[in-house]
Ligand binder design. Structure first.
Ligand code: UDP
Length: 501
């Protein structure tokens, strides 16, 4: 008879930067023989199943299946645009997603979804920390242990945890005349690192009652009710801050960079990288790889602002002039929904179009991991999303950081001042600055950055090799979840008594 295997229910926040790392974890656990139910919101679920090659996927991961709950938004909502994420923060906490998640868990415990005995009753829920209230309330009620997976850096999460303290000290909300370069000295471990402008973007709201600020505060606090924390980072990069987080979680599993761990553990995963089964929610335009092949080594600057950031037409022009004026080849991902306001295509100055034809390549969505690993790429102009940052670190590509949302402000400060992996141009993107930093980076004028990029990339590689910290932490996570199966008295609420902020 087959030995019973754990069944993990994985619930990501419905956005690209969350689904991708959580799907990577799902694949790794499935590779360790776990059964996985991966729960997306309905529109993402439908879209995702259209994008992936289901036959290849099912062959490689027969124990990984997808289910859906509603996102709480009305059907007519466009699910894109500048208000989308803000609306989602509110709707995802409404009654419908919570009820459906509860129904879904109940059906997994009792009902037909257990699928003939193999898909046992859930052993644990691995919940995105950004929707921890939804997941933990339901799972606690049903006595299923919850492990939180926060998809941001340890450093950003540490700053989030300290936001109540920043409010107490009167540092948030910002006053109109605040010095944005003033040092924030009350966050342990970061006393001389962060300026006011480096705090998460939602600290810039004028009122502490702002629903987005409140959403982040509440989810961050709720997450500490989970019995353990998973982070997509590696010890060599963030160990001092990871130690501080241990006062909030009895166990922390640092298992990043996940894309690298996945590649090192599951060689067949490469079969999937040409389809969208690697967690990308958009079709990747691979033509840019051929363009890269024709460029000299380390000559190209790659520009990508991730899946959510939107920019104004003026900002687009400043970046564009800065890039062409730098006279370096560039590969730029301009998403169809990148631009706020009017479509600029018909108004692009002819000069820019011509100069772009000479040395530029523009696509709508790209195979980013492959691009960063390409020998022609010498620098990455990024919005400092955590996945992009880790992918760049792994590839040893130095960064120019232009953060916009949430954790990106903290990441970019760490990249430039703590890890010395890039240049932070936050809050500015005038063409002369862009031209100068692109030239500096591609011409290798910043020696300290070049050296740190090599050193830290090596550390990242070591962490996912057999015996490395992330490799071993994944094994521990697998073992610990297995142990939940034998300890029926386990209940996350009991484990967490007495741990408060
Ligand atoms: N990504 C991609 N192609 C693109 C843009 C982004 O595959 O053209 C992937 C990227 O590799 C990363 C994720 O989408 O893994 C974006 O996550 P990140 O945390 O960097 O930013 P977010 O989109 O959440 O702002």
């Amino acid at each position: 008879m087959d030995v019973p295997q754990p069944h993990a229910v994985i619930l990501p926040f419905p956005a690209q930067g969350h689904i991708k790392p959580m799907l990577m974890l799902a694949k790794l656990l499935s590779h360790a023989n776990f059964y996985i139910t991966f729960v997306n919101t309905l529109d993402i679920h439908n879209h995702f199943l259209e994008l992936i090659n289901q036959t290849t996927f099912n062959n490689l991961f027969p124990r990984l299946r997808f289910m859906a709950i509603p996102d709480g938004l009305p059907p007519e909502h466009p699910r894109s645009g500048p208000q989308f994420i803000r609306d989602l923060f509110i709707s995802i906490l409404s009654a419908a997603p919570k009820h459906k998640f509860r129904d879904l868990l109940l059906s997994l415990i009792n009902g037909p979804e257990t699928g003939g005995g193999q898909w046992s009753t859930p052993t644990c829920v691995i919940a995105d920390g950004l929707i921890s209230i939804l997941a933990i309330d339901v799972a606690e009620e049903l006595h299923i242990p919850v492990i939180a997976f926060r998809t941001v850096s340890a450093s950003s999460y540490w700053v989030y945890l300290n936001i109540p303290k920043l409010i107490e000290e009167g540092l948030i909300p910002f006053q109109g005349d605040d010095d944005m370069d003033g040092l924030i000295t009350c966050i342990p471990g970061f006393q001389s690192l962060l300026r006011r402008r480096d705090l998460p973007s939602f600290c810039r709201f004028e009122s502490i009652e702002n629903p987005v600020l409140q959403f982040f505060i509440n989810q961050t606090l709720a997450m500490t009710r989970a019995s353990a924390l998973i982070l997509n980072t590696f010890d060599g990069l963030e160990s001092p801050i990871i130690s501080k987080l241990l006062s909030f979680f009895p166990k922390i599993y640092t298992i990043g960079p996940l894309h690298a761990l996945l590649e090192s553990r599951i060689k067949d995963h490469l079969l999937l990288s040409h389809s969208s089964s690697n967690g990308s929610l958009r079709e990747q335009d691979r033509t840019c790889l051929a363009w890269l092949d024709s460029q000299p080594s380390k000559s190209v600057v790659y520009i990508n602002f991730g899946s959510l950031v939107m920019i104004t037409p003026d900002q687009l022009m400043e970046f564009w002039y800065g890039l062409v004026n730098s006279e370096k080849p560039f590969l730029w991902v301009i998403r169809e929904d990148l631009l706020l306001g009017e479509d600029m295509v018909n108004e692009t100055p002819q000069e820019l179009t011509m100069r772009t034809r000479e040395r530029g390549c523009i696509v709508g969505w790209a195979p980013q991991e492959e691009i960063l690993a390409h020998r022609a790429v010498g620098g990455f102009l990024t919005h400092s999303g955590w996945n992009s940052t880790l992918e760049s670190i792994w590839a040893g590509v130095p960064m120019i950081c232009w953060p916009q949302l949430a954790d990106q402000q903290v990441n970019s400060r760490c990249v430039s001042e703590l890890w010395k992996l890039g240049i932070d141009i936050k809050d500015t993107c005038d063409r002369s600055t862009v031209e100068k930093v692109v030239r500096d980076l591609i011409e290798g004028k910043r020696e300290e950055i070049m050296k740190s990029s090599d050193d830290i990339a090596r550390m990242a590689r070591d962490s996912v090799r057999e015996g490395g910290s992330s490799y071993c932490n994944l094994e521990k996570l697998v073992d610990d979840i297995r142990s939940f199966m034998s300890s029926s008295q386990y209940a996350s609420s009991e484990c967490n008594e007495g741990r408060k902020l």
